[in-house]
Write a protein that binds this ligand. Sequence first.
Ligand SMILES: [Ca+2]
Ligand SMILES: [Ca+2]
Length: 164
Amino acid sequence: MFKASDNKKSSPLRRKLALLSVIGLGMASVPVALAAPAQASVTSYACSVTPLKPIFAGFNSSGVKLVDYRIQVRCYSDRYVNITQQRWEEDDWPNGDDHLGTSYFSRHLNNASGYVTISNIRTLVDGEIGNEEVYHQIQWQEGTGGVWSPYTGWRYSASTSMSN
Ligand SMILES: [Ca+2]
Ligand SMILES: [Ca+2]
């Protein structure tokens, strides 16, 4: 059905269309480049904030196990960072997960700060027979020059199963 002559005829048009789409992409990227960091798709944030998998952190004086819900922060520019952390215990359907608590952290970091780990050591709850499955979720905003980004969506850590 396609003859060689048809292909020859259509190829300049194809080239033109390809060129147009390249120009189109170039123009589409302009608003992104001009957008202030504060206006923010997540990719334009200067920091990354990661909720690390909860780890065993010893015992308190009453012999209750401790869990460290660590958060790792890295900023590639000078930024103020506000982090909201929710700690949860996971349950299978039809039971909802149990909210254990909420914590807030603020830091002022820059590229030279490197990777910063925030610790949050808490007693392990004993809410059920057998192990507890604990995790946390975080969201953050960052500020510079008095301008703040919106809060990101929630980021979830892996879950740790721990016996009481
Ligand atoms: Ca559970
Ligand atoms: Ca238990």
